[in-house]
Design a protein around this ligand. Structure first.
Ligand code: NDP
Length: 258
């Protein structure tokens, strides 16, 4: 069951999608690109990002890949510079790059905790700040969408750093929204539940574990990346012109269950 695409044009808009090489990021990039946006797929995995970019390029819109670790200020700065040089500006940012490190709380290493916070939370801060400086300079508004998680409001004990990082993303989204709304830049977040990407595909190999996941989803199925991509396109579009500082949950009813 895929989300039904809605009609909106992003012709002449330029988007940056972090973690855009695969999974949810790639689906967000496709949702924008299919509607006419030019997109930079910014990812730690340049090879996969480049292959995806080549497939998505059309005569109407450009799709470029760029190697970027979102936890590095210097690399995020270069990402924004590259986007401006190659595509003429920045209108839409999907801050989606994220990692998970699992371990029981008492055994979680400081490095794993730091890595998760640095990519998932600091990465959203750096990407949002550097892109927003450019967007403010341009003076034509825009939209920033940060990828949160249902784990930003509920907690799975083995991923304490991840839960904390996503809770941080939801609140950082509000702070960014307040700072940038006066410039016509709308900042919102999406909090997905269980979406079928590489992480969940590994769980799907174990039917018992998969049944546990499904038992927590009232809709009785996991989500597809495209179902998050459509929400990103909506939030980036003028159809969401009065939505600011919100987090939209896409979880098949999981949070309603708690
Ligand atoms: P994937 O692991 O499938 O894709 C994430 C992409 O981000 C990968 O290409 C990865 O590269 C890249 N990446 C990792 N670290 C960095 C970094 N430091 N800088 C730039 N790129 C990086 O993830 P999903 O598509 O499943 O998830 C995307 C987002 O959605 C994440 O923020 C995740 O937390 C969130 N989310 C996902 C859910 C799900 O069920 N899938 C549920 C809730 C939230 P590489 O492979 O080289 O590491």
């Amino acid at each position: 069951m895929a989300a039904v695409p809605f009609s909106v044009s992003f012709a002449s808009k330029v988007a940056i999608v972090t973690g855009g090489a695969r999974g949810i990021g790639l689906a967000c990039a496709r949702a924008l690109c299919n509607r006419g946006a030019s997109v930079v797929l910014a990812d730690a995995d340049l090879e996969t990002a480049s292959k995806a970019a080549m497939e998505m390029n059309t005569q109407q819109n450009k799709v470029l890949a760029f190697a970027c670790d979102v936890s590095s200020t210097a690399e995020v700065e270069k990402l924004v510079q590259f986007t401006v040089e190659k595509l003429g500006g920045v209108d839409i940012v999907i801050s989606n790059a994220g990692i998970v490190r699992a371990a029981p709380f008492l055994e979680m290493t400081e490095k794993d905790f730091d890595d998760v916070i640095n990519v998932n939370l600091k990465g959203v801060f750096l990407t949002g700040q550097h892109a927003a400086r450019q967007m403010v300079k341009q003076g034509r508004g825009g939209a920033i969408i940060n990828m949160g998680s249902v784990n930003g409001v509920t907690a799975i004990p083995t991923i304490a750093g991840y839960n904390a990082s996503k809770g941080g993303v939801h609140n950082l989204t509000r702070s960014m929204a307040l700072a940038l709304a006066p410039h016509g830049i709308r900042v919102n977040a999406i909090a997905p539940g269980s979406i079928m990407t590489d992480v969940l595909r590994k769980v799907a190999d174990n039917p018992e574990e998969m049944n546990k996941v499904l038992s927590r989803v009232p809709l009785g199925r996991v989500g597809e990346p495209e179902e998050v991509g459509e929400i990103a396109a909506f939030l980036a579009s003028d159809s969401a012109s009065y939505i600011v500082g919100e987090t939209i949950y896409a979880d098949g009813g999981r949070l309603a269950l708690n």
